[in-house]
Design a protein around this ligand. Structure first.
Ligand code: AMP
Ligand code: TRP
Length: 327
């Protein structure tokens, strides 16, 4: 089985990225041949700083290994190192309806924040479809916010296969049972996001223990004192319950049972401690790796080599079936 996912080297990764991303990557790598891509070509679709992009790319690489990706087992690489991704995006653009791109929620949300709404932000999901389809991917571990993009990718694959003959595996999205959509701690009806919300609203992967405890303590909870999961009427406490499942691997029911009758104060303290315990060893591994850029560069070069080899046959098939004169 082939597994593929991507993460943008933008901003500071947070516990939502861990829940929908990193944590799932480390788990799914056990199930087959896995590819994890640092999608730097996606990062230029909104306003950005070139010198930060370079550093952020290495930051994310170190975080991917620190959260459990094994370079012997998984292919971890940078999107711009494998030219096939940009090429596939152009070819697949011919199979993508303009109207469907205009309906993408992420385009509308991110577009509203930009002074220059680039055409790259509009075609972003086509690049993402190419990322996935080039590897004959069976499953894509992602968070809930990527559901619409994955559906579009499936549509593109199906349309291409019908038009030019069976070329792509049509991939399935894999979403975590709890924690597919971690909410902002200050505004629990909005998702925790690198690009929106305040510092107080997110637990960052590199926050120190005191910051984590403080943010959880001040998280907006709801009235009442029942630790019960009910996102509709209790978004704040439900989000903290989901964070607890992420930190401890317990189920929602187990967390509810353990804190039944204890009140919010005790519960919040426990959530803070569990997150500190989860993140401390990750942060230690991260610091060690991040302080060795030569080793990171070596690992990424290895990943790029493997990714080029694995994507080449699909890209050639695309050119050939679409009718390009081949050399
Ligand atoms: P990004 O940082 O946008 O590249 O996202 C990397 C991964 O984290 C993707 O699989 C997202 O779906 C996931 N993700 C981002 N924000 C959240 C969130 N608030 N809750 C759960 N998953 C998330
Ligand atoms: N769009 C994804 C996000 O913002 C990142 C991404 C790019 C991705 N290419 C991908 C995720 C391919 C999964 C598969 O989170």
């Amino acid at each position: 089985m082939r597994i593929f996912s991507g993460i943008q080297p933008t901003g500071d990764p947070h516990i939502g990225n861990y829940s929908g991303g990193f944590r799932q990557y480390a788990r799914t790598q056990e199930q087959g041949e896995a590819f994890f891509c640092i999608v730097d070509l996606h990062a230029i679709t909104v306003d950005y700083d070139p010198s930060e992009l370079r550093e952020n790319t290495l930051d994310i690489a170190a975080m991917l290994f620190a959260t459990g990706l094994d370079p012997e087992r998984s292919t971890v690489f940078v999107q711009s190192h494998v030219a096939a991704h940009a090429e596939a995006a152009w070819l697949l653009g011919a199979m993508t309806p303009y109207g469907q791109l205009g309906r993408m929620t992420q385009f509308k949300e991110k577009g509203a924040l930009q002074t220059l709404v680039s055409s790259a932000l509009f075609t972003y999901p086509v690049l993402m479809a190419g990322d996935i389809l080039l590897y004959q991917t069976d499953i894509v571990p992602i968070g809930d916010d990527q559901r619409q993009h994955l559906e579009l990718c499936r549509d593109i694959a199906t349309r291409f296969n019908a038009r030019f003959g069976e070329t792509f595996t049509v991939p399935e999205g894999v979403y975590p049972e709890a924690g597919a959509r971690i909410m902002d701690l200050q505004e629990p009806t909005k998702k925790m996001s690198k690009s929106f919300g305040t510092e107080q609203g997110k637990v960052l992967m590199l926050d120190d223990p005191d910051a984590i405890r403080r943010k959880i303590k001040r998280a907006v909870a709801d009235s009442g004192r029942d630790v019960r999961h009910d996102p509709e009427s209790k978004p704040g406490i439900s989000n903290l319950i989901e964070l607890m499942t992420v930190a401890t691997d317990d189920t929602i029911e187990q967390v509810e049972a353990r804190f039944d009758g204890h009140g919010y104060g005790t519960f919040k303290e426990a959530v803070g401690e569990s997150l500190v315990e989860l993140l401390a060893p990750i942060q230690a591994r991260y610091r060690k790796l991040r302080s060795d850029p030569a080793e990171l560069a070596r690992l990424l070069a290895l990943g790029a080599e493997k990714a080029r080899e694995s994507s080449a046959p699909t890209l050639s098939a695309m050119y050939e079936r679409m009718g390009f004169a081949t050399l």
